[in-house]
Design a protein around this ligand. Structure first.
Ligand code: APR
Length: 236
C-alpha cells in the first residue's frame, strides 16, 4: 500500500443496513413500503407534501433508535490513523458516519437532520418533525421548511469538492451502494481513468462491478473492518 496516499470512500445505504436502516432497492423494489418516486421527488412533494413530510419525519425519528455499526466505526478508525487525506462521501442521509467518529464526511444527498426553508433559502439543524409546519428559525415563515434531502431530479451537493477529491484519489473504495444512481455511480470510472486503484465492498456485485479492479462480496460490518485492518497493517 506504500503507493497510496489519498483515499476516497463512497458509501451508500448498504453500510447502514446492519444498523437497521432500510436500503432503497430491496427485493420488492420499495423503500419502507413506498415507491421511491412517491416520496423522493420534487413532484411528489408538490403533489402531497403531507405524505412526504410524514415519511421523512419517520426516517428522522428513527435516527434516535439506531447506532453506528462496525463498518462506520472502522472507517472512523482509518480516518483517524491514515496519514494521507481521507474523505468519506456518502449518499446516505443518516448521521451514522459522524456518530461513529468519522471526521470528514460529505453528504452529497443531504441530511435528515437538516431543514431547508423555501422562503429564505436558509438551512437549520433540525431534530423534530416538519409535518406540523414549524416556523423557520431564520426568517420566521411558517410551513415553508422541507427536508434538506436531494431528491431525484435535483442537483447533488458539494460536487466541486467531490470532483477535486476524485482528482487526487490514489484509492477509490465504494461500500454498500448498488451503483444505480448517478453521478455517484460514475465516480469509479472517473477515479480509475485518473489512475486510482478501485475496490468495491458490497453484499452483491453492484451494477458497476465490472469497473472495479477488486470486488469483495459480503456484509459491510465484517468486510470493512477487515479491509481497514489491512490498510493500517500496511503502515506498520
Ligand atoms: N453490507 C454491504 N452491502 C449491503 C448490505 C450489507 N450489510 N446490505 C445491503 N447491501 C447492498 C445491497 O446489495 C445494494 O447493492 O447495498 C446496496 C444498497 O443499494 P441501494 O439500496 O440502491 O442504495 P444506494 O446505492 O445508497 O442508493 C443510492 O438512491 O434513492 C436514492 O438518494 C437515494 O442515496 C440513495 C441513492
Amino acid at each position: 500500500m506504500h503507493d497510496i496516499r489519498n483515499i476516497f470512500i463512497l458509501t451508500g445505504a448498504g453500510i447502514s443496513a446492519e444498523s437497521g436502516v432500510a436500503t432503497f432497492r430491496g427485493p420488492d423494489g420499495r423503500w419502507e413500503g413506498h415507491r421511491v418516486e412517491d416520496v423522493a421527488t420534487p413532484e411528489a412533494f408538490r403533489r402531497d407534501p403531507a405524505l412526504v413530510q410524514t415519511f421523512y419525519d419517520a426516517r428522522r425519528a428513527k435516527l434516535r433508535e439506531i447506532e453506528p455499526n462496525a463498518a462506520h466505526r472502522a472507517l472512523a478508525r482509518l480516518n483517524a490513523q491514515w496519514p494521507g487525506e481521507l474523505l468519506i462521501v456518502t449518499q446516505n442521509v443518516d448521521d451514522l458516519h459522524e456518530r461513529g467518529g468519522a471526521r470528514r464526511v460529505l453528504h452529497m444527498h443531504g441530511e435528515l437532520r437538516s431543514a431547508w426553508c423555501l422562503a429564505c433559502d436558509g438551512r437549520t439543524r433540525w431534530e423534530e418533525e416538519l409535518s406540523s409546519g414549524p416556523a423557520c428559525p431564520g426568517c420566521g415563515a411558517a410551513g415553508e421548511m422541507r427536508p434538506d434531502i436531494v431528491w431525484f431530479g435535483e442537483m447533488p451537493y458539494r460536487m466541486d469538492e467531490i470532483d477535486a477529491a476524485l482528482m487526487k484519489a490514489d484509492l477509490f473504495v465504494s461500500i454498500g451502494t448498488s451503483g444505480a444512481v448517478y453521478p455517484a455511480a460514475g465516480y469509479v470510472q472517473t477515479a480509475r481513468y485518473l489512475g486510482a486503484r478501485t475496490l468495491e465492498i458490497n453484499l452483491e456485485p453492484s451494477q458497476g462491478s465490472l469497473f472495479f479492479e477488486e470486488s469483495r462480496i459480503g456484509r459491510a460490518g465484517e468486510l470493512v473492518p477487515e479491509w481497514v485492518e489491512e490498510m493500517l497493517a500496511g503502515l506498520r
